[in-house]
Design a protein around this ligand. Structure first.
Ligand code: S3P
Length: 174
């Protein structure tokens, strides 16, 4: 079964995913990287040139494509749940939702420039707006939720390892 990491920007999906994959010896895929590689454009350039809905279509396409693999660790982009067609696709894997409080998210992302949706005059306000819209969608998609606010990546991985065995058995049986 694939393990899929979802959650808002800055919750650590990519760094946790890479570490976890290394530790449990699985392959790692980042959907945003796949899109950039195949489109030969950065996410910001895709948003600028083609708009958000084009990006969302690509996100859906590469999610589907990568779910043809099995036993991968997949990091999805923060907006994967925005396209409701993705939710039943996510459910095919074991979905781990990483969360963090908005102030911590802001601290983590404030010096980064590669996220077009947060390239606005008041990023913290935007984080709060997007989070409140997305929270129910994230929660609906998740098998397991980890609040990363006060955790180091190694601690997050320990939690994931502890829970995945039980959850994978459960999801395989139901
Ligand atoms: C987005 C999150 C980004 C990236 C794009 C849109 C979002 O991924 O897919 O900028 O809508 O939340 P990360 O969560 O990996 O930064």
């Amino acid at each position: 079964m694939n393990i899929i990491l979802i959650g808002f920007m800055g919750t650590g999906k990519t760094s946790v995913g890479k570490l976890l994959a290394h530790k449990i010896k699985k392959k790692f895929i980042d959907i945003d990287d796949e899109i950039e590689k195949n489109e030969k454009l950065s996410i910001s350039d895709i948003f600028n040139k083609h708009g958000e809905s084009y990006f969302r279509d690509k996100e859906n396409f590469y999610l589907k494509k990568n779910l043809e693999n099995d036993n991968y660790i997949i990091a999805a982009g923060g907006g994967i749940v925005v396209n409701k067609k993705n939710i039943p696709l996510l459910k095919k894997g074991l979905v781990i939702l990483l969360t963090a409080n908005p102030d911590i998210i802001y601290e983590r992302i404030k010096n980064e420039i590669h996220r077009p949706l947060l390239n606005v005059p008041d990023p913290l306000k935007k984080i709060n707006e997007l989070l409140s819209k997305r929270k129910p969608l994230y929660e609906k998609s998740a098998d397991m939720i980890i609040d990363t606010t006060n955790l180091k990546p190694e601690e997050i991985i320990e939690k994931i390892e502890f829970l995945i065995k039980t959850l994978i058995t459960y999801k395989t049986l139901t």
